[in-house]
Design a protein around this ligand. Structure first.
Ligand SMILES: NC(=O)c1ccc[n+]([C@@H]2O[C@H](COP(=O)([O-])OP(=O)(O)OC[C@H]3O[C@@H](n4cnc5c(N)ncnc54)[C@H](OP(=O)(O)O)[C@@H]3O)[C@@H](O)[C@H]2O)c1
Length: 197
């Protein structure tokens, strides 16, 4: 398969790209990758798809939101977070429908804060929940047998800097997480939210 991984130089994305590369052609995209894209800019997404052409799978390992106490979150914080994590991935699907081959797939990235709270995590919860609902809603309208799923991990064992903010949360390994992306890309499921940890 020809697979486009956006965010392929991040913690999650590099693991995913390395595993998928064993059996597939992987194209890495981000603001600083060979294939350049800024998901906050729809024109940049259009240029990326035009340069890459048809693919069998799109995997999005991106999404940045502000972590702040609820009372300090501003409207601007909310709009920026939704623009980046939610609309960045939704736009990859919106435009990607013209580029993903029949029976291909989209795999998006959400996270545990959709289902369990931490202090300062309300905006992340909002973004993750919105994306997960989008995946469920979009799955029954995808054309040409195209599938869509989300991987929703708990904090990674390898992301040690985050551990103090997730007291008592199960840590999932990068290997477990990347394997779930493989299941989404190489398997047959659609409309799934793969909850890990
Ligand atoms: N780390 C965890 O423990 C964990 C747990 C659960 C869920 N998640 C979720 O997994 C996703 C990735 O997390 P991560 O820890 O792998 O983050 P990361 O290490 O910071 O990587 C982020 C990736 O996204 C790319 N990126 C950032 N902004 C971009 C933009 N505007 N346009 C295109 N690419 C952009 C970065 O590359 P460039 O800088 O080159 O653009 C990088 O490749 C996030 O949604 C996060 O919430 C992470």
């Amino acid at each position: 398969m020809k697979i486009l991984v956006i965010g392929a130089n991040g913690l999650v994305g590099s693991g995913v790209a390395n595993v998928l590369r064993k059996n597939h052609e992987v194209i890495s995209a981000s603001r600083s990758s060979d294939v350049n894209v800024d998901v906050n800019d729809p024109a940049s997404i259009a240029a990326m798809y035009k340069s890459v052409g048809k693919v069998d799978a799109v995997v999005a390992c991106i999404g940045k939101v502000a972590f702040k106490p609820l009372a300090e979150l501003t409207r601007d914080d909310y709009l920026k977070g939704i623009t980046d994590k939610v609309m960045g991935q939704v736009e990859l699907v919106n435009q990607g429908l013209d580029y993903v081959n029949d029976s291909g797939s989209f795999t998006l990235t959400t996270g545990v804060l959709a289902r369990e709270p931490i202090k300062t995590g309300a905006l992340a919860a909002l973004a993750n929940g919105a994306l997960e609902s989008f995946v469920i809603g979009a799955s029954i309208e995808m054309p040409r047998g195209i599938r869509i799923n989300a991987v929703s991990p708990s904090v990674l064992a390898e992301a040690e800097g985050y551990h103090p903010y997730f007291p008592g949360f199960t840590h999932v390994t990068l290997a477990e997480v990347t394997n779930t992306y493989v299941k989404s890309v190489e398997g047959w499921s659609t409309g799934q939210i793969y909850e890990l940890g």
